[in-house]
Design a protein around this ligand. Structure first.
Ligand code: ADP
Ligand code: MG
Ligand code: MG
Length: 213
């Protein structure tokens, strides 16, 4: 069953890559407003490498944790840029906490989401409201836990959490950037959402849609 679950990681990575490819140009334009315009390309490169690594790991019989860890390594190595390093180490942290022995259910998904958010904030040192991907990640994690406490099924909870993440990502348009390349261009950034927050919301939306069937 661990091999079957690792195949889910491949399916998720593939769904995530599809949505990021579809929005590559939009993400590039968003990043060009107050950043360097490479966010679309970087996310495609990172996810493409992550997907390839996940396929190899899964074919080699790796469990879910190792598959995620190797995907994270590949992402960080190939994306280039801040978001690639952050995604890579957050995925590695999620993979480490899940491990290869467990069946993956709602509790494991909650643990992995917490580990992802913790690793991201530990490395990037951004707080909520600094106009980074953290502003989309935290609402996702919070809503996932609320939905779990409220007795929702995992597929429903993922949809609720992805929706919360998306509205929070859009709402970053009203914030001034405090971290990363956008910070010196605060006024230009006002009125436009943070690209890393939007790409995170796109990815968890694809995960939620993929988990439903
Ligand atoms: P780069 O800025 O190196 O070109 P990208 O364009 O790929 O990297 O990613 C930019 C995104 O990275 C930002 O929109 C933001 O969401 C995220 N980011 C930048 N710095 C941080 C940080 N310190 N913590 C969390 N996220 C960050
Ligand atoms: Mg950039
Ligand atoms: Mg860059």
């Amino acid at each position: 069953t661990s091999q079957k679950s690792a195949a889910h990681v491949v399916a998720f990575a593939s769904a995530a890559l599809n949505t990021i490819r579809e929005h590559e140009e939009t993400l590039a334009q968003m990043d060009a407003i107050a950043g360097d315009g490479d966010h679309g390309r970087g996310m495609v490169r990172g996810l493409d490498a992550a997907l390839t690594a996940a396929i190899w790991a899964s074919k080699g019989g790796a469990g879910v944790g190792s598959t995620l860890t190797r995907a994270g390594d590949a992402w960080a190595e190939h994306a280039g840029g801040t978001s690639g390093v952050l995604w890579g180490s957050a995925l590695r942290a999620a993979g480490r906490i899940i491990g290869d022995d467990n069946e993956i259910g709602f509790p494991e998904i909650l643990q992995a989401s917490d580990a992802f958010a913790d690793a991201l904030t530990r490395l990037g040192k951004a707080s909520l409201g600094d106009k980074t991907m953290v502003d989309a990640v935290v609402p996702f994690v919070v809503e996932l836990r609320n939905a779990s406490d409220g007795g929702q099924t995992l597929p429903n909870a993922l949809h609720l959490a992805a929706a919360a993440s998306f509205s929070a990502a859009r709402a970053t348009a009203n914030l001034l950037p405090k971290m990363g390349r956008a910070r010196p261009h605060a006024e230009k950034s006002l009125g436009n959402p943070d690209p890393g927050a939007i790409s995170f919301a796109l990815i968890v939306t694809a995960l939620a849609d993929n988990a439903a069937h």
